[in-house]
Ligand binder design. Structure first.
Ligand code: AMP
Ligand code: MN
Ligand code: MN
Length: 311
């Protein structure tokens, strides 16, 4: 079985990949685990992450390709090749509402707060028990995607899945410490710069991070993750967009909204995808033009409802 996850992987991507991979391996399957980008440093404590490769499925070697936490085929990056994918059966397991269902079989549950939560449900149906290692990977997926059980899609089922993983030996406190309470100083300083630069435009706020910022503070692009969630704690803006310059000249856009707003349309208009309150896209540079493009998409697709007429 070949299992792959999305580019710029987050905790749900890596946690689901390693968790399901480990369970399949334990139950006698041969597995290949793949991601086009490296594992971010804060997730390298997860067991098995050194076994992740960056190659796509091969019909001579694999009987099945499984895509995890990837909202569309493009999110697999170089791992997706339409020709190869058409030659072997494929399974998509994902929780993005915008997923078109690009597999032969598609398990898509937009109510699930993470792909890892879906995998816990799947294991129950299959009668498979995770060991402590797999449980740690899956709980990391749940904890990161729900920002510590705080997102609006966190349900009783999310907590029940997490409880099951703790019973299997997953250390919740260690995971939350590593994910939320341990950041390189440079990453914190980068947050400071983004906060200083945050520009309010009507109901929206926007900030950009340049390649020069990353160089000066000696932080990798993965360390910029989390800045949009941090800035979205600002009470006034309805939504916040953080733009980050990439080496290839393109711009990664990460957006967060306050409950009530819906970013998924704006993200799709920018060629990306995501959820109502957390969405993203990759757009063309330069930064100044990208900022205007993002603001325009927000104005058109995520505007507040018109105020009721005053009596
Ligand atoms: P992020 O802001 O990077 O944490 O991503 C928030 C959400 O948007 C995640 O659910 C991603 O799957 C989705 N997303 C981010 N970037 C893209 C992209 N370039 N294309 C499609 N979906 C994206
Ligand atoms: Mn993800
Ligand atoms: Mn996810």
């Amino acid at each position: 079985v070949w299992l792959g996850t999305h580019v710029d992987p987050d905790g749900d991507a890596i946690g689901s990949l390693l968790g399901l991979g480990r369970i399949l391996r334990t139950s006698g399957r041969q597995v290949t685990l793949a991601c086009a980008d490296p594992v971010p440093s804060d997730l390298r404590f997860l067991p098995g992450c050194s076994t992740i490769v960056d190659s796509g499925p091969d019909a001579r070697e694999h009987d099945l390709a499984v895509a995890l936490d990837a909202g569309d085929a493009g999110r697999l990056g170089d791992l997706f090749d339409a020709g190869t994918w058409s030659t072997l059966p494929s399974l998509v397991i994902d929780h993005h509402v915008s997923n078109p269902g690009f597999g032969d079989v598609n398990l898509i549950d937009a109510r699930a707060a993470s792909t890892a939560e879906m995998i816990v449900g799947l294991l129950e149906e299959l009668g498979l028990e995770p060991d402590a290692g797999a449980a740690t990977c899956l709980l990391t997926g749940i904890v990161t995607d729900t920002i510590g059980f705080r997102t609006s899609n966190t349900t009783a089922a999310t907590l029940a899945a997490a409880a099951k993983l703790m019973q299997a030996g997953a250390p919740l406190t260690e995971i939350t410490q590593r994910i939320f309470s341990t950041r390189p100083l440079g990453a914190l300083r980068l947050q400071g710069r983004a906060l200083d630069r945050l520009r309010v435009e009507g109901p929206f706020a926007i900030a950009s991070i340049t390649l020069a910022d990353l160089g000066e503070l000696n932080v990798g692009p993965a360390e910029a993750r989390g800045i949009s969630s941090f800035l979205a704690t600002a009470a006034e803006p309805r939504a916040v967009a953080v733009l980050r310059e990439r080496e290839d000249g393109q711009i990664d856009v990460s957006m967060r909204a306050r409950p009530g707003a819906d970013l998924s349309q704006a993200a799709q208009a920018l060629g990306g995808g995501g959820h109502a309150l957390a969405a993203g896209a990759r757009v063309d540079g330069p930064l100044a033009a990208a900022e205007e493009q993002v603001l325009e998409a927000l104005r058109v697709h995520a505007a507040p409802p018109p105020a009721p007429d005053s009596p």
